[in-house]
Design a protein around this ligand. Structure first.
Ligand code: RB5
Length: 150
């Protein structure tokens, strides 16, 4: 499992915590920045991580901004991306079980590091259920393809 991770300035502290958590979990992690508290634009870092996942260069992605909303909007513009904003454990679990989410988005100004650790653990530890949920993902793919043809 290879994971790309990125954040803006509002998410950088939590991003660095999550990099350590992934190291502890022995999950290979590529940190695409940002690396400091200077103000940056979240679309730039959402772009870097989402293109890695969308192209298949990595298996999954993690994005953190202040609320997680901006990063979610950016990531879900990319083909094959199912980014889920998970600021609680139930959503993290369901995003894997029902949505086969491939990018985990967290709000760095909302979630503390202990909860983030639980969210990351649940998210990587939960498999997609398939079945009727796979049919629904198929419908999302058809919608995506409609736009790619234009
Ligand atoms: C940055 O101030 C903030 O707008 C950003 O981190 C994010 O919350 C956007 O959705």
């Amino acid at each position: 499992m290879r994971v790309a991770i990125g954040s803006d300035h509002a998410g950088v502290e939590l991003k660095n915590e999550i990099v350590s958590i992934l190291n502890e979990m022995k999950i290979e992690c590529i940190d695409l920045g940002t690396n400091g508290p200077q103000s940056v634009d979240y679309p730039d870092f959402g772009d870097k991580v989402s293109r890695e996942v969308s192209s298949g260069k990595v298996d999954r992605g993690i994005l953190i901004c202040g609320t997680g909303i901006g990063m979610s909007i950016v990531a879900n513009k990319f083909p094959k991306i199912r980014a889920s904003l998970c600021n609680d454990l139930f959503t993290a679990k369901m995003s894997r079980l029902h949505n086969d989410a491939n990018i985990l988005v967290i709000g760095g100004r909302i979630v503390g590091k202990d909860l983030a650790k639980e969210i990351v653990t649940v998210w990587f530890g939960t498999e997609f259920e398939g079945g009727r949920h796979a049919n629904r993902l198929g419908k999302i793919k058809l919608i995506e393809e409609r736009f790619l043809k234009k």
